[in-house]
Ligand binder design. Structure first.
Ligand SMILES: Cc1cc2nc3c(=O)[nH]c(=O)nc-3n(C[C@H](O)[C@H](O)[C@H](O)COP(=O)(O)O)c2cc1C
Length: 225
């Protein structure tokens, strides 16, 4: 029996979700209705609830140093619901460039992800750990969304992360931006194949042996190193 075939059903489901998560630059509308289904208040409430749940799951990321007494986690997420997204676009129409009008139109929520750097320069050496922890929380969020049938797009288009934009979204001065996370219903598979815009590196993935894994040990004589 190979090690992977001994995974529990839950473990296998986690693997499936990790692999299934993909960048979806076209989303099919905000709500968790079946494709073509009505956008009812109930469907909208279900979507909002699922996003809130996913944010709660995101918070289980590892982090190394308490950032503040009240909120030790270094990440901060600003959740914009559909109304807030409309108000955001009305206030910052310059964000509607390139493919962003389409993604704004199809998303049901937008999460602005930031992290809180150290105030004291003597502790600035911790900042990379804060950023790494916050990125782990972002990935948790994307996976938790995927598990709930919510598609996502992690976008770092510069107009979405200006100090004015972040301040409007409630960020404290100095918070550093990790990106804007668009969330919504994925296109059905057959439409995704035609209309979907995948991440440009999606199909450039390599197996570990191609070079990004260096095995230290594994039968080699580590004393020779
Ligand atoms: C920090 C970060 C910023 C990103 N910003 C953008 C972006 O601005 N525009 C874009 O098209 N994709 C962006 N992406 C998504 C990548 O293009 C995508 O993850 C990659 O092509 C692999 O595709 P996959 O996510 O479907 O596996 C970003 C990803 C990360 C991690």
């Amino acid at each position: 029996m190979s090690p992977s075939s001994s995974l529990s059903d839950v473990g296998a489901a986690v693997d499936r979700v990790v692999r299934a998560r993909r960048t979806r630059k076209v989303l099919d509308g905000p709500w968790l209705t079946p494709p073509g289904g009505p956008e009812t208040p109930e469907a909208r409430a279900a979507f909002d609830r699922a996003v809130r749940e996913a944010l709660g799951v995101a918070g289980w990321a590892p982090f190394h140093f308490a950032r503040t007494e009240e909120v030790p986690e270094p990440w901060r997420f600003a959740l914009l619901d559909r109304e807030a997204m409309d108000a955001f676009v009305a206030r910052f129409p310059e964000v509607l460039v390139g493919k962003l009008p389409r993604i704004f139109a199809g998303a049901g929520a937008l999460v602005q992800a930031t992290w809180v750097p150290e105030d004291d320069p003597a502790r600035a050496g911790r900042d990379w750990e804060h950023a790494a922890a916050a990125a782990a929380a972002v990935q948790n969020l994307l996976l938790a969304c995927e598990a709930r049938g919510i598609g996502s797009y992690w976008c770092s288009a510069a107009p979405l992360g200006t100090p004015e934009v972040l301040s409007w979204c409630g960020a404290a001065p100095g918070e550093r931006w990790l990106g804007a996370l668009f969330l919504g219903r994925p296109l059905p598979a057959e439409r995704e194949a035609v209309e979907g815009i995948p991440g440009k590196l999606r199909d450039r993935r390599t197996p570990p042996e191609a070079g990004w894994l260096r095995v230290v040990g594994g039968g080699r004589d580590t004393a020779e190193r």
